[in-house]
Design a protein around this ligand. Sequence first.
Ligand code: ZN
Ligand code: MN
Length: 141
Amino acid sequence: MNRTFIQKREPASPFKRTPQRLAILDYLKGNTDHPSADDIYRAVSRKYQSMSFATVYNTLNTLTKKGTLRELTIDPERKRYDPDTTRHHHLICVLCGTIVDIPEGIAVDLPGKLARDFTLLGNHIEFYGHCSRCKKKRKTP
Ligand code: ZN
Ligand code: MN
């Protein structure tokens, strides 16, 4: 096997569907919890003891680059991942970190001059507050 062959093959190699990666994809499919890399690692490594955090982290990066996954930087301490890449907004509980989806449908208009000068491609609105569960907890003495 010569070198040229290897060099040609490598960039063409697609996302390899290893059992570990498939387990990560499977966990994320339809998941609306907006899990962090840690959450994903904890959940998936329960089934796959051979799963390493590095595999989870690298897979998440690859999927994000491919556009299969949306990376949310709402929480500066830990990135969260959203398999729903359609446009939507988020409701964020500042107490427990829960992130809830808001379907698109909130009309936001840029004021005149900004709208003229700027070609708007999309938006992402973050609503902060206290979720119902945290509100209940706070009320109980
Ligand atoms: Zn909460
Ligand atoms: Mn979402």
